[in-house]
Design a protein around this ligand. Sequence first.
Ligand SMILES: Nc1ncnc2c1ncn2[C@@H]1O[C@H](COP(=O)(O)OP(=O)(O)OP(=O)(O)O)[C@@H](O)[C@H]1O
Length: 716
Amino acid sequence: MIPTRIRGRRTKRRPGTFDPNDAHRVKHTRIGVWDLYQERQTDLPPIPGSSRLETYAQIIQSMPYVIRMLKDILSIRRCWILLSAFLVVEVLNSLVPAVSLWYSGQLLRLVETAIETRTVDTTVLIHVAAGRMACTIASRILQYAKSRISFPLNMSIKQFYAGHIFRSMARLDVPTFEDSITQRQLQSAWTAPWGSSVAWGTVQMATGIVMTVIRLISQLSVLFAVLREQQDGPLLAVLSFSQSLFTWYSARKSVFNSLVWAATTSDEDYIRMQGLKHLVNDPPHRKELVAGNLGEYITTQFCEASQRVGDDAGDFHELSRAHSIKDSLSIASILREPLRELPQIVFTLRAVQKPMTIPLSLASLTLINQTATSFSSTLFALFGESFSLGEQFAEVRKLYEIENVPNKVVDGKEPFPENQQSLRSGISVEFKNVSFQYPGAEKYALQNVSFKIGAGQLCVIVGGNGSGKSTILKLISRIYDPTEGTILIDNRDLKTLKLADLRSTLSILFQDYTHFPLSISENIALGNPALAHDADKVREAARLGGADAFIDRLPEGFDTYLDRPVRDYYSDLPEGTKTLFGRTVDYSRVRGAGGLSGSEASGLSGGQMQRLAVSRTFMRSLSSETESSVGMLLFDEPSASLDPTAEHDLFERLRKLRGSKTMIFSSHRFGNLTRHADLILYMDDSAVQEEGTHDDLLKRGGEYARIWNLQAKAFI
Ligand SMILES: Nc1ncnc2c1ncn2[C@@H]1O[C@H](COP(=O)(O)OP(=O)(O)OP(=O)(O)O)[C@@H](O)[C@H]1O
């Protein structure tokens, strides 16, 4: 059990080490996918709160989505049983205060009879007193049952919606994903408070409000019936209500503490899920995700991993909270409530013994006092909840609307290519008066650009920084659409072609390539999801990309995670603890803070990173099974971080392996590549200034020739 006792002080750092394997001093607990190690006799700090989501919309507008959400929740396995049980427990729970009040009224009546007639029915007295006690115990047990049912219900709902959101996000293109409105929408759907889901929060809030109303009405009816004939009732009620308000306010204060504990997970599927989540969530990966047609594959992978892990796949703090709830039904906690009631029972019994000396109004006071405490806090909760209901329903609407966010790059209808075999001899591409502005940018990245690259040609685009080279490659792969002009692929308008078909015929290495927070093997394999499980192909691609040698030197080889997407948790470790769970302890992090951290340093050089990216491209374009599915290879500065030998080797391999497919390079460097090019486009100021072969351009004596001579002289 994780103790949750709250203490208002921080423990002092002390010398020594924290060794999770020291069974004498450290206790191990398994919580879902997490292993928690606690120094004995220490507590886990409570989890800090999180902010409310900002939304403003009408309940009516969101109602169809709320109904759909309910249908979805009921369709989840086990959920309708859990939800029914949850509702039954909630209804019973909200009726308990009224029943309890009724018993108190009966006690009052007994006192009244005792004063008037000097007699008491002992059997009824015992019956009523026992009933009153049973109510408090029932209330505690119902609360426990509620927590136990809520947890699996929440987890199932959360898993369901994680898949839903993941799918909605994976299908978005770059301009839509970069759009700030879409970003906000995704953010609110993905990051719910306390790791719970919007859907579960809505269920809780809606049932909470209904139950609060039931509780208030039943309490009020019973109180009215009981106090009908009592004098001084209103005055006593006002006094009691102000007292209970004060109690309610002061009970809200809490303090945090920090003690020695650490938690880690070694669940492969959970770690991978977090990696995939980053992949779909982080903007730097979006281009490759879109161009690589990875959406469907990673969604399947995520859902499969999610299914394998099941409900254990939770954030550490969330699971630990549930774990502490599970163990919180102690004898002391059951007795606490009855003990609080004891004074009233004792008072009543005394009233029975000496009816003449105790004024009846004192008994009424106790009753009203007690009711007021629960009544006022319930009423306040109701106010708070009804204010947020509209907001919460709007969250549900957003949750469903993200699956309908239209992509800005509109899909074409025509299949491509007509003949798969034709890809072997490459694809032609033509720009006709193309101009392009990045969303939100004032300047044109391309202005009135026209050129034609024939099928099977090797084209090199050269030019200074910001001249528009990368933009040409992004437009060919429809990461963006031109603002003006037309692009033809094999003489067909690019926009009419099915996006998935088009992208599967292209293999692109972006200049600002990213690495996914997954294993090295998967980083390469995602170049071609169809062959992702073929370890030999992955190794071959790594060899062609010049990455196999350094990967083999890594302790975990191809299984190495470049960025471990799941962090370890620890708090107040003794200073001597340099490593934990085989990894370096990072003291700079806020200790015990929840959520996903930034990435761990991968320790690879820029050149090694680039080799990995090139390997991914090889995986896509040069595996024999898929040879015919790629007809054009696009490389944006593939050798920027490579040393001269590695660059030379890479170009040789690329030239040999491309066969007769079209290949386009973007480069700053003039030389090795440009001399072999069928076509050179020299770009400057967002436009193509010169075009032709190396010899043509040298003869022409323009800017290309000038820069070539400049570079050649530098090596003399
Ligand atoms: N995502 C973007 N949003 C806004 N402007 C952009 C974006 N990407 C590029 N630009 C701008 O568009 C212009 C062309 O950029 P592009 O990346 O095509 O140039 P480049 O020739 O590839 O440059 P480099 O050689 O430095 O890679 C530049 O002015 C650049 O600042």
